[in-house]
Ligand binder design. Structure first.
Ligand code: GH3
Ligand code: MG
Ligand code: MG
Ligand code: MG
Length: 283
């Protein structure tokens, strides 16, 4: 577990980092809250922030607020405030500023380690919930909502979007059963997940790809490659003759274009790919 530890006292940082490191935690100590916040931004794997109330750079309360804002709803972060104060008002302020826990300063090793075990439980639960809320259970790809959010967070310029859909999938279900259909969906998703970019399952047997920093021609190449890999998949365990193909619609997202609008254009291109014979990429 990675921990950011913030306090103006170098002695406290040194002593505390020492026994935390011995216990196996990866500690980054800071006397300055601004540097600590920058580190939190740079390393998304840091899940625990422990701060005094009066570091250099900014107040501990402001650090709590900004760290909370940075983590948002998409990152597990547990914040512990430590202070020599026993004033209830100060403790309440810290909790209201976004701290999850409070301990007295200087922290006693036994108590500190126990609070870090609380942090580990809390962040593990947050991570599990985040995963469940954002991924599709059959394929492990981003679900519809998480895919849209991911596109929204991406700068609009030089982003391409593709939508693709398994061809004549109803026949696969009808001929081999729903469970076999699910296997085909999972295998197609597996190939999509190997492509550069971010793949999502929008529903049923319909998928999308977000291809950042790509011109339309690059996105078309990427989809062509994926299309061929899918067509080459073997499903011998279901039936020796079973193959799956997909049709693709690709667009470059316009400046200021809404995600929904761009995907709608991709869907129109996908429809054109279907009506012109399937198993092809249309831009
Ligand atoms: P087209 O080439 O035009 O896409 O033909 P299609 O048969 O694939 O047509 P359509 O996309 O309309 O059919 C999708 C079918 O996928 C309908 C639905 O029963 C089935 N389906 C949707 N979700 C799932 C799923 O999670 N598992 C399985 N096995 N089937 C699903
Ligand atoms: Mg369809
Ligand atoms: Mg289909
Ligand atoms: Mg469909």
């Amino acid at each position: 577990m990675k921990i950011v530890l913030v306090d103006p006292s170098r002695l406290i940082l040194k002593v505390t980092s020492g026994y935390l490191a011995e216990t196996g935690y990866q500690v980054s100590p800071f006397t300055d809250a601004t540097d600590a916040l920058a580190h939190l931004k740079d390393d998304p794997d840091v899940e625990v922030l422990v701060t005094g109330l009066e570091p250099h750079g900014m107040s501990g309360l402001d650090l709590c607020r900004l760290a909370r804002e940075l983590a948002g709803a998409r990152r597990a972060l547990h914040v512990v405030v430590m202070s020599s104060t026993s004033e209830s008002r100060r403790i309440a302020e810290a909790l209201d500023a976004g701290a999850d826990d409070f301990m007295s300063k200087p922290p006693q090793p036994e108590e500190f380690l126990a609070r870090l075990r609380v942090a580990a439980r809390a962040t593990a639960a947050q991570r599990d919930l985040l995963r469940l809320a954002t991924t599709d259970s059959l394929t492990g790809l981003l679900n519809r909502r998480a895919f849209f959010e991911t596109v929204d967070e991406m700068p609009e310029s030089s982003v391409c979007l593709a939508m693709f859909d398994i061809d004549r999938f109803k026949q696969i279900n009808d001929s081999f059963g729903h469970a076999a259909g699910d296997q085909v969906i999972a295998a197609v998703a597996g190939e999509a997940g190997l492509s550069d970019g971010v793949a999502g399952r929008l529903g049923g047997e319909e998928f999308a790809l977000l291809i950042p920093q790509a011109r339309l021609v690059d996105a078309i190449d990427l989809c062509e490659d994926l299309r061929m890999r899918i067509a080459a998949l073997s499903f011998a365990e279901i039936h020796e003759n079973l193959r799956a193909t997909c049709s693709f619609g690709v667009v470059a997202r316009g400046e200021n274009e809404d995600v929904g609008a761009a995907l709608q254009r991709a869907d129109i291109a996908l429809y054109a790919a279907k009506s012109s014979g399937r198993n092809r990429v249309v831009a």
